[in-house]
Design a protein around this ligand. Structure first.
Ligand code: C2E
Ligand code: MG
Ligand code: MG
Length: 735
């Protein structure tokens, strides 16, 4: 506010000792620059002297123009200005000052005595108005007042500048904090948040201000957030360390397995309190907090957790997690009086694939299979990889066996298509055992064990299927375990024997060959058929020793036939995958043929489609080598594999053996069995011989004859018999 107008009438001399002394004090205290402007030289002179006497140095100007010139060159703090001057008058000077020199204060000293002129002067920005003749004391007093005010203003400006610098400093620190710093009002709405929120969550601070915190907190963490932010209303004023996930603005961030789309932060929230105006009660004011981004740490924790509970090859849960889930599911089933199923899945012949195609391919196969299995499941099911080629599956909340059957069927459907592995088509099958809660076991351990047992049962029955656990499996399981040892003993103790089943030319009725079929004279269990022990020995690689024994016995028998003059009878021998994939397979056979003096074309190797599929390229090259020595090749059980028929052309094939299941469908000679018809037609195209397997009645025989099928084998034509009986039959037949 401008000061009031001084209407001073008198003027008296400046000098007395006291004021001189004060001026000396002032001189050092003030460095203010004063300009005295008056067209009356005496006037400027006297003012100047007066000022000097009080320690103020000053400049003078003899009129308005000169005053403006001085102003342009010097920083003038205070101007003592006359109004009435020729040329540029005091008013004009004031207007110029107002416009261009806001730092210059003006005190008017004028002969003008009207009230109007004084008001006009003040309106134009004068700080004060002094009438001539002026009282020196009054002038000094006004001058001191104005300069004092200037100093105060200067001080305030400096303080403000310091404050502003300080605030900028704090703002900088807050906004550049690595953490989100925020304040919530008493309703939980953001009252402040620093810039860091942009870098971490993608929001600009102004987008968040006014929002309720619940709009930012992951919905699964809302309860925790409420506890931290709302709970102190009930009086507990502790600060909280909680972990929260906050939502990012960009919801399209890609979802990765270990990452949540939200940022996890640790909140340190504390209630902030302010004294209420009335009384001493502290009222709740808001929440101040610091939120630290701990996503990296959480992600690391998640990865570690994941690794602890998952199989890293397939990303499936591992044994530990499976057992945990199963335990939970069992208690839930018990509470709800519901059923659940545990499946034990074991891949058939995985070891063979792994050994022949390499571990990398084996890994890929496991991954592919895990993927396929997963597609058969509901969200609530748990599939775990619990060993090399073993998987466990938990199916909670089933209504009965049918549900488990449905899933098993789905799994087999899924595996019908081959898996492509580095140019190979691999057919995968599983042996599955199923145990149900509560009937097959009340605890996790028992359920898993029984499912495992049922799986073993499936294996021993030819694999690629499922079986439910039943109590009578327990004994059998024990037998299975001792089977391996027994097989070893059988090999050493001559308990194996080859039986021979005739193959007959359909048109002539001539016996043209025999198939060697393995029998085991088990010391306790009596005569065992191949299905009782071959699948198990394939798993344990004992099949290689068995196979060698069979080939040896077959060649020895062929030698006998040749000696007996049975020159043109072909002997067919069954070969397992592991045998074919074995390193010295070709050489082993050639060596035996040579040793027994048997021509290669007397021996036919029976190989199933699935065996060929395991490693087509190697199989082809091995069989070609053998074929170069005349050895014949037959595809056994043709039609039941899931193969495409492309391989038929690349293999050195002689014979297709139509699987028994197709023949058994033939009811009479009039039947129109399109599959058998088609296979026979195709074989003729490919120049292959056909053996119809499992011919049991005359109707089937007639039918085959009508189709011009070349060979047949089956109980109708002869059961498998001992070597001696077979030789006898051959000799009789010859005559
Ligand atoms: P396969 O090669 O398809 O042999 C034919 C099977 O059908 C034989 O069963 C035979 O006894 C049976 N069979 C023959 N005619 C008829 C018939 O008219 N009706 C019925 N229902 N069945 C008939 P077996 O001897 O039990 O052999 C089963 C399988 O075991 C064989 O099937 C073969 O895959 C395998 N096998 C047999 N001997 C050996 C062997 O020395 N080495 C290997 N690796 N596998 C063998
Ligand atoms: Mg066979
Ligand atoms: Mg067969």
């Amino acid at each position: 506010m401008k000061s009031a107008i001084n209407w001073l009438e008198t003027s008296y001399g400046p000098e007395n000792e006291q004021s001189t002394q004060r001026a000396v004090d002032n001189m050092e205290a003030t460095a203010s620059t004063i300009l005295v402007v008056d067209d009356d030289v005496r006037m400027t002179q006297s003012v100047r002297e007066l000022l000097a006497a009080y320690g103020y140095s000053s400049m003078t100007a003899g009129g308005g123009e000169e005053a403006l010139r001085v102003l342009a060159e010097h920083d003038i703090d205070l101007m003592l200005l006359d109004l009435n001057m020729p040329g540029v008058d005091g008013y004009q000077v004031m207007r110029q000052v107002a416009e261009h020199h806001p730092g210059t204060d003006i005190v008017v000293i004028s002969g003008e005595t009207t009230f109007e002129s004084a008001t006009e002067a003040l309106r134009n920005g004068a700080q004060d108005f002094l009438r001539k003749p002026y009282a020196p004391d009054r002038l000094i007093q006004i001058l001191n007042g104005v300069l004092h005010k200037q100093r105060l203003e200067q001080n305030i400006r400096e303080v403000n500048q310091r404050l502003e610098a300080s605030e900028n400093r704090y703002r900088f620190i807050v906004n550049n904090s690595p953490d989100i710093i925020y304040m919530l009002d008493d309703e939980g709405r953001f009252a402040f948040v620093n810039d860091r929120v942009t870098g971490l969550l993608g929001y600009k601070p102004e987008e968040i201000l006014g929002k309720h915190y619940s709009e930012l907190v992951h919905k699964e963490d809302l309860e925790k957030a409420r506890y931290a932010f709302d709970e102190r209303r009930t009086g507990v004023r502790a600060s909280h360390d909680i972990e929260l996930r906050l939502l990012c603005k960009d919801t399209s961030l890609p979802y990765r397995y270990f990452e949540s789309r939200s940022i996890t932060i640790e909140l340190n929230a504390m209630g902030m309190y302010q004294k209420k105006h009335s009384g001493d009660d502290k009222g709740f004011f808001g929440t101040y907090g610091v939120a630290r981004d701990i996503s990296e740490r959480k992600r690391a924790e998640e990865i570690i957790n994941f690794q602890l509970y998952h199989d890293l090859l397939t990303n499936l849960p591992n044994r530990a997690l499976f057992r945990d889930r199963l335990n939970l599911a069992i208690s839930q089933a018990r509470r709800q009086d519901s059923q659940l199923a545990v499946m034990f899945l074991d891949m058939d012949r995985f070891k063979v694939i792994n050994d022949s195609l390499g571990h990398l391919a084996g890994d890929q196969l496991l991954q592919a299979v895990a993927g396929r299995l997963t597609t058969c499941l509901r969200d609530s099911d748990t599939l775990a990889r619990v060993g090399g080629d073993e998987f466990n599956l938990l199916i909670p909340d089933i209504t009965g066996r049918e549900d488990a059957v449905m899933i098993a069927t789905k799994i087999f459907d899924q595996l019908k298509q081959p898996v492509q592995l580095e140019g190979h088509e691999v057919f995968v099958s599983f042996s599955i055992g199923i145990a149900l809660f509560p009937q097959d076991g009340a605890s996790m351990e028992v359920l898993i064990k029984n499912a495992d047992m049922a799986m073993y049962h499936t294996k021993s029955h030819g694999k690629n299927g499922y079986e439910f656990f039943s109590d009578n499996m327990k004994g059998l399981f024990q037998q299975q375990l001792s089977m391996e040892n027994s097989i070893r003993r059988a090999l050493d103790g001559n308990q194996f024997e080859l039986f021979y089943q005739p193959q007959m030319e359909v048109s002539s009725g001539r016996i043209c060959g025999m198939e060697a079929l393995l029998r085991w004279h088990h010391p306790e269990r009596g005569l065992l058929l191949p299905d009782d022990f071959i699948p198990l020995s394939e798993e344990s690689q004992l099949i290689i020793r068995i196979g060698n024994w069979v080939l040896e016995a077959a060649c020895r028998e062929l030698r006998k036939w040749i000696k007996a003059g049975l020159d043109d009878i072909i002997l067919a021998v069954n070969i397992s995958a592991a045998q074919l994939e074995q390193q010295g397979f070709v050489d082993g056979i050639l060596e035996k043929l040579k040793r027994y003096g048997v021509p290669g074309n007397r021996l036919e190797l029976e190989i199933t489609e699935n065996v060929l599929m395991h490693d087509m390229d190697k199989a082809v090259s091995k069989l070609r080598k053998l074929a170069a020595h005349g050895v014949r090749v037959a595809v056994d059980d043709f039609g039941v594999g899931y193969s495409s028929l492309g391989y038929l052309k690349s293999l050195p094939l002689n014979t297709l053996k139509i699987d028994r299941s197709f023949i058994s469908e033939i009811r009479s000679s009039q039947d129109r069995n399109s599959i058998v018809t088609a296979i026979i037609a195709m074989a003729r195209e490919l120049n292959l011989e056909i053996v119809a397997e499992g011919v049991e009645n005359q109707g089937q025989m007639d039918y085959l004859r009508a189709l011009n099928c070349c060979k047949a084998q089956g109980y109708l034509l002869g059961y498998p018999v001992s070597a001696k009986e077979a030789r006898q039959a051959l000799k009789e037949h010859k005559h």
